[in-house]
Design a protein around this ligand. Structure first.
Ligand code: GTP
Ligand code: MG
Length: 234
């Protein structure tokens, strides 16, 4: 029988957060996925020029897991990917099933991350978005599955626009697998934080929290979420 971890507090306050970064070509749905995850909503149009960071407590049926979610924007330069690679726990690499170029870009991102940091299989996922646009499909499902095997990671095809079900089920699965493979991941001090470490890659240029004012978003269901926005520093 599976042994479930127990949160230290009911709202995850005493736990280290997992750092999740959304990566992929422009227009693949990074912001849409982030907003779905945090608010369950799909609003259709998202700011294209800003990078956003969110602190959020993700609730599964049995536990509460603090997340720091970075929704990236702009070009995926080698330097940007290397910085992300050094400071994140879970890499969500997106492409659109309607855009072959975005698939090629996802493969490049995956390769670079694998070259930069030693990651377990649960530290990266490949996500084909816009599965509701089957009539515009440009990337076959088996191509996605094949790439995920090469990237040594899990694979999902989802629609972010149709409902929140795909998004929530996917993140529940991703987080459960990650925590099963890294039992100490939520223990404070287990790793550096890209959001608050003074010595981490972002610390040297000013942590995100110091550079941008954190606001509290009033979001449905009383979920406590803070966020910060800025132009990409990369
Ligand atoms: N039909 C459909 N549209 C989607 C889906 N996900 C995102 N979109 C749309 O795709 C467009 C781009 O989504 P964004 O979330 O802005 O993409 P992004 O990756 O954040 O793009 P940049 O911020 O420019 O890097 C928007 O018009 C979304 O409404 C999906 O699953 N299905
Ligand atoms: Mg975006």
């Amino acid at each position: 029988m599976r042994t479930r971890r127990k949160s230290v507090t009911s709202n995850g306050d005493n736990l280290r957060s997992l750092h999740v970064v959304m990566l992929g070509q422009d227009g693949v749905g990074k912001s849409a996925l982030t907003v779905r995850l945090l608010t369950k909503r799909f609003i259709g149009e998202y700011d294209k020029t800003l990078e956003s960071a969110y602190r959020y407590v993700f609730e599964t049926d049995q536990e509460q897991v603090p997340l720091d979610v970075l929704d990236t924007a702009g070009r995926n330069t080698k330097r940007k990917l290397e910085i992300c690679a050094e400071s994140s726990d879970i890499f969500v690499v997106l492409y659109s099933i309607t855009d072959k170029k975005s698939f090629t870009e996802a493969a490049r991102i995956g390769r670079l991350i694998r070259r930069t940091v030693p990651l377990s299989a649960t530290g990266m996922v490949l996500v084909g978005t816009k599965s509701d646009l089957e009539h515009l499909r440009d990337v076959k499902r088996r191509e996605g599955e094949y790439l995920a095997r090469q990237m040594n990671c899990s694979f999902y095809e989802i629609s972010i626009s149709e409902s929140s079900i795909d998004t929530i089920n996917m993140f529940t699965d991703i987080i459960r697998k990650y925590l099963d493979a890294h039992p100490g991941a939520l223990i404070p001090g287990a790793n550096t934080s890209m959001y608050s470490s003074a010595t981490g890659p972002r610390g040297s240029s000013g942590s995100l929290e110091r550079r941008a004012s954190a606001k509290t978003l009033s979001i449905m269901n009383g979920i406590r979420t803070t966020f910060a926005r800025r132009k990409s520093i990369y």
